[in-house]
Write a protein that binds this ligand. Structure first.
Ligand code: UDP
Ligand code: MG
Length: 327
């Protein structure tokens, strides 16, 4: 039986860095070089063990990405590669990488292959994990100077919208984070197919903290998230996490019914005063009332569908953090 809050890892930490890569031939080698530098510093400083690894996940790239990864694996002991059978998208590729290594490491750090996120805060992340018992450490962007005005405002709007929809997300955090072994085991219990990791990870629980950094520009290659993909990602996030959109329908239904009552009174008064033509009153009353009823009905069905949606996701109902006492 483990003592209260006792860590399960050995000191120094066996850390794995997981990078999803899709058509990243332009950046892979430089990325690897920079990561190996940081690795060396951390190893020399006794922070991470020699068994730590850099894991490139090739998300079905059509270019030389996998060849390059295989070449790096041959020349560097620290480098591993996972090749996915076909392109499954950033979130699935990252999840696949994390799930593949979750039983091998003490903690896994996920980061994009283009190193837009500052790798020099990785030691801070690991220290928070090792010394402060944080099971999840979020990389949070301090400022968005290097992003275009458009990306900055749309991103801000996105976080605001998500909050409005009741999704608990870490502000200005993308998928750059450290997750300990226990958090990874927790994540593995989420059986849903529509992944939105930055919404799911905070649902796991455990002690967490943030590290702050400035986001750089992509040093080579181009973004795999054009506007269309960004919008669909945002829509995915909302529909995967909240049934609030359905509630909007019910709300409009209720409003419409209230208007129906007002309209009924108004049109009856108009009729009594003789201001109306034949048929106007009955049409006015029924349009609003039937419209409202229909919307309410759709909203009600939506509530049931929302419940079913939650059921089929089979998310974990709880995750035990610790158990004390004799068993
Ligand atoms: N990526 C992936 N599969 C995809 C699209 C992207 O694995 O289908 C990876 C990509 O190689 C990169 C990360 O996801 O490591 C983030 O993509 P990108 O940098 O293009 O997005 P941005 O930073 O522009 O939002
Ligand atoms: Mg990027």
């Amino acid at each position: 039986m483990l003592k209260r809050s006792e860590r399960v890892y050995k000191n120094p930490v066996k850390a794995y860095i997981v990078l999803p890569c899709y058509n990243e031939e332009a950046v892979i080698e430089e990325t690897c070089r920079q990561l190996l530098d940081v690795f060396k510093e951390m190893k020399d400083g006794g922070l991470i063990s020699a068994a730590s690894r850099i894991v490139f996940v090739d998300d079905g790239s059509g270019d030389r990405t996998w060849e390059l990864i295989a070449g790096l694996e041959e020349t560097h002991q620290e480098v591993c590669g996972i090749k996915l059978a076909h392109n499954v998208g950033h979130q699935n590729a990252l999840f696949g990488g994390l799930m593949t290594v979750k039983d091998e490491c003490d903690c896994a750090i996920s980061i994009d292959a283009d190193l837009q996120d500052d790798i020099h805060v990785i030691p801070d992340m690991i220290r928070k994990f090792r010394d402060e018992n944080c099971e999840i450490v979020y990389g949070v962007r301090q400022e968005r100077k290097t992003d275009t005005f458009f990306k900055r405002t749309t991103a801000l709007g996105f976080y605001k919208l998500m909050k409005l929809m009741g999704v608990n997300m870490v502000y200005n955090h993308a998928d750059y984070r450290l997750m300990g072994r226990r958090a990874l085991a927790g994540l593995a219990e989420f059986e849903e197919r529509n992944l939105f990791l930055r919404g799911m990870v905070p649902m796991i629980g455990y002690k967490s903290d943030n590290v702050y950094y400035n986001r750089n520009e992509r040093f080579a290659g181009e973004s795999k998230y054009p506007l269309k993909k960004m919008l669909s990602f945002a829509f995915d996030g909302i529909t995967s996490f909240s049934v609030n959109l359905i509630r909007v329908i019910s709300t409009v239904g209720v409003i419409s019914c209230i208007i129906a009552v007002i309209m009924a009174i108004y049109s009856l008064v108009e009729k009594a005063l003789g201001h109306t033509g034949a048929g106007w009153t009955s049409v006015m009353c029924s349009i609003w009332f039937i419209g409202g009823l229909q919307l309410l009905g759709i909203g009600l069905i939506g509530e049931y569908i929302g419940k079913m949606y939650k059921e089929v996701k089979r998310r974990p109902r709880y995750i035990v953090e610790e158990f004390i006492g004799d068993r």
